[in-house]
Design a protein around this ligand. Structure first.
Ligand SMILES: Cc1cc2nc3c(=O)[nH]c(=O)nc-3n(C[C@H](O)[C@H](O)[C@H](O)COP(=O)(O)OP(=O)(O)OC[C@H]3O[C@@H](n4cnc5c(N)ncnc54)[C@H](O)[C@@H]3O)c2cc1C
Length: 437
């Protein structure tokens, strides 16, 4: 036992960006918190492979409101943390996000209506204005997205995109792993204890409620509250607690590749580019240091989904990253496709409707912030605060399943009903059913 204590007010399983944020928010309530991670440091799980894009456009009003709110947390990261980190602070590059108008996204009309509802600024750009802003982008349409071995791949379908929408309140965080470390340091400054290289192997229960955890070291640590923030391992931890069967919405691990390629010759994408989201080619881009472009997938129907065991999956590139680069090369003129691909192979923790679960469970004292579906990095600081509010209110006696807890988004002055994230919800048909949330 590193710190000599054997009991806590809450134990958080996982020290990724959302686990560390949850530990911070609970510690700020004055709770004695232990955060346990099986890996050697905070943010070493799926957080380390995150593209860390901050963007407000989501398919649901609540999803968009929280994502827009997150911009203000990252803009003022140092004040939010209120603590030093000897490794420095993660940096938010607020270069904005350009989203292409396509038939598939209904020319972004539903998204603009949501932005109007939540008061989030945006600017519609004509095709000429898109070319002016980023001359490397072509406006030809290639949709629907295809695989390179399908007929018509790389050929325009004869139509042109009719412009894009620019969202100025967005961008990306330069170092997602560091952002988790920043949260760890802030949580420690508020009194939380972190332990690494040790896994939770059992959820202890007494008289029908949580009593603590048993660790891989053999120790038993007592606590009346345990929070599952285990990322792609979330379903395994839910099974340890015996709560999965009581959930209508479930989680599983989805393997994803992200490609890092150089910017086209003569163009400084790192400083002149921004986040680009293009459902016509099913690729999204963001600037990466060294004048590189990071390319992720928008999960088109033509691609098989690689559901995997988070303890046993292939960390090598398949053809996925190359296909991504080839798709992006349709939109980005002169995009080099390296023979040897660089980038990231990581896992999303995906729910049935690609909207996370921030909730209690059927086991009193056992909570979860899971199923973050490749799109919740941005929301981590708010997710931590939502979880602390939810946990404190439920432990205070409120039945969240019957009377959902509310949460106030202070920067945009909007109330969220946390029932939106319930494990007992029906599948949300408004979702994009993709990483776009
Ligand atoms: C490739 C990729 C790109 C992404 N891009 C974006 C993006 O652009 N924008 C965005 O907003 N989001 C993005 N995301 C999503 C975002 O990164 C995640 O939602 C977020 O990082 C999840 O954080 P977490 O703390 O919940 O999980 P993780 O970072 O996975 O942390 C979970 C931790 O739990 C630990 N753990 C698991 N089981 C146990 C156990 N039994 N005992 C102890 N510890 C355990 C693990 O070791 C791990 O460190 C992306 C994700 C991926 C994978």
């Amino acid at each position: 036992m590193g710190d000599g204590k054997k009991s806590y007010d809450a134990i958080v399983i996982g020290a990724g960006v959302i686990g560390a944020a949850t530990a911070l928010a609970l510690a700020r309530l004055g709770w004695r918190v232990l955060d346990v991670d099986r890996l050697p440091a905070s943010g070493y799980g799926s957080t380390s492979g995150s593209c860390a894009i901050i963007r407000p456009y989501y398919s649901t009003v609540d999803g968009a409101a929280i994502a827009y709110e997150s911009h203000f947390y990252w803009s003022d990261w140092a004040s939010f943390l209120g603590a030093e980190d000897e490794r420095g602070l993660a940096r938010y590059v607020d270069c904005g996000c350009l989203v292409m108008k396509t038939e598939g996204n209904k020319h972004l009309k539903p998204i603009m209506a949501i932005m109007d509802q939540i008061g989030c600024p945006y600017e519609e750009l004509s095709p000429e204005q898109v070319r002016e802003r980023m001359p490397i982008l072509t406006l030809d349409s290639f949709g629907p997205p295809k695989r390179p071995d399908q007929p018509g791949f790389g050929e325009s379908n004869g139509q042109m995109l009719n412009g894009a929408v620019f969202f100025p309140k967005g961008g990306y965080v330069t170092d997602p792993q560091l952002s988790a470390h920043n949260l760890q340091r802030a949580a420690e400054a508020a009194g939380a204890v972190f332990r690494f290289n040790v896994a939770v192997e059992e959820i202890l229960q007494e008289q029908g409620r949580v009593a603590g955890v048993k660790l891989s070291s053999g120790e038993r640590v007592a606590s009346p509250v345990v929070v599952n923030v285990a990322g792609p391992h979330s379903f395994k931890v839910n099974r340890l607690a015996g709560v999965e069967a009581g959930m209508k919405i479930k989680t599983r691990a989805l393997r994803h590749e992200v490609a890092h390629v150089p910017s086209p010759k003569g163009y400084d994408f790192e400083h002149q580019g921004c986040v680009v989201s293009d459902s016509d080619t099913a690729a999204y881009l963001r600037p990466e240091h060294g004048n590189h472009i990071l390319i992720g997938s928008e999960d088109p129907d033509c691609d098989p989904k690689e559901w995997v065991d988070p303890d046993d999956f292939d960390r090598n590139f398949t053809d996925q990253a190359t296909i991504l680069a080839m798709r992006a090369a349709q939109r980005v003129t002169g995009l080099p496709i390296p023979n040897v691909m660089k980038g990231v192979v990581e896992l999303y923790d995906v729910t049935d409707d690609w909207i996370p679960i921030y909730d209690k469970s059927d086991l009193p004292g056992f909570y979860m912030a899971v199923g973050t579906s490749g799109n919740q990095f941005k929301n981590a600081p708010i997710a931590g605060e939502m979880m602390a509010t939810l946990i404190a209110t439920c432990e205070g006696g409120q039945d969240h399943d019957k009377k959902p807890v509310g949460f106030h988004l202070k920067h945009i002055d909007r109330r969220i009903d946390l029932g939106f994230y319930s494990r007992l919800r029906e599948i949300n048909q408004e979702s994009s059913f993709s990483v776009l949330g």
